[in-house]
Design a protein around this ligand. Structure first.
Ligand code: ADP
Ligand code: MG
Length: 243
């Protein structure tokens, strides 16, 4: 089967500075890939390129057979690629439900009633059915992040990108968010997950890719990667985290 997402020779520069230096990656449908690597190695930029938030200088991003670096339909494509960031970017002046409905109703032009039903189901799944009419300021960080995930899911994406979604949460809230992502993995959602939660990555990811200085240095099944990293850099990285 053709991969749902294929990255070929991706190059991203900020000015003269090369931040992604020839990234190749194939992602098969239903696979969960954890992206690890030191701060500044290009993980966020990589996800942002896939979601069309950054212009790229070379290479291809082939999603469902179409090269996104050449598409003029980013608005539509972005609906199929859900992304959740470290900072919960909910609109503060809208309720939870209004935040969730915005894109499906305004951009996808779907029927409000239909989307509302789906939103309620999703809220139920993440344990927040009773918060539909709350405003973001009335929610904890963990709740906001679960809402951000629901909002992304409500556009029916084919793939989800997570960028350190638990990094700014208090420890007791990390778990409730990771559980939602683990549940998605079980349901077969294709996901790229940038995370520093190593136990989580080992448990949930099918594969790990290790990035450093704008390149993928290692790609391996998650268990194998943690048990026996092949490159010196990956070994150092894991050792520092286990300190
Ligand atoms: P990571 O997510 O792995 O920590 P980033 O993708 O955020 O790394 O950043 C990779 C490199 O690109 C860093 O050196 C960062 O300073 C640089 N960078 C990121 N965004 C920009 C930008 N908008 N302009 C200039 N440099 C940037
Ligand atoms: Mg980052």
């Amino acid at each position: 089967m053709a991969p749902i997402l294929e990255i070929k020779g991706l190059v991203k520069k900020f000015g003269d500075r090369v931040v992604l230096n020839g990234i190749d990656l194939q992602v098969e449908q239903g696979k969960v890939i954890a992206i690890l690597g030191p701060s500044g190695c290009g993980k966020s930029t990589f996800l942002r390129c896939i979601n069309g938030l950054e212009e790229v200088q070379d290479g291809q991003i082939i999603f469902e057979g179409e090269d996104l670096t050449k598409t003029s339909k980013w608005r539509e494509v972005r609906q199929k690629i859900g992304m959740v960031f470290q900072s919960y970017d909910l609109f503060p002046n809208m309720t939870v439900m209004e935040n969730i409905l915005l894109s499906p109703v305004k951009v996808q032009k779907r029927k409000r009633e239909e989307v509302e039903l789906q939103a309620k189901e999703l809220l139920e799944r993440v344990g927040l059915a009773d918060r539909a009419n709350a405003y973001p300021r009335e929610l904890s960080g963990g709740q906001k992040q679960r809402i951000a995930i629901v909002r992304a899911l409500c556009t029916n994406p084919k793939i989800m990108l997570f960028d350190e979604v638990t990094a700014s949460l208090d420890p007791e809230m990390v778990r409730e968010v990771l559980e939602v992502i683990a549940q998605l993995a079980k349901q077969g959602m294709t996901m790229l997950i940038v995370t520093h939660e190593m136990n989580f990555a080992e448990l949930v990811a099918d594969e790990v890719i290790f990035m450093d200085k704008g390149k993928i240095h290692e790609r391996a099944p998650a268990k194998e990667f943690f048990a026996n990293p092949q490159t010196e850099r990956a070994k150092q990285f894991i050792n520092i985290l286990n300190f």
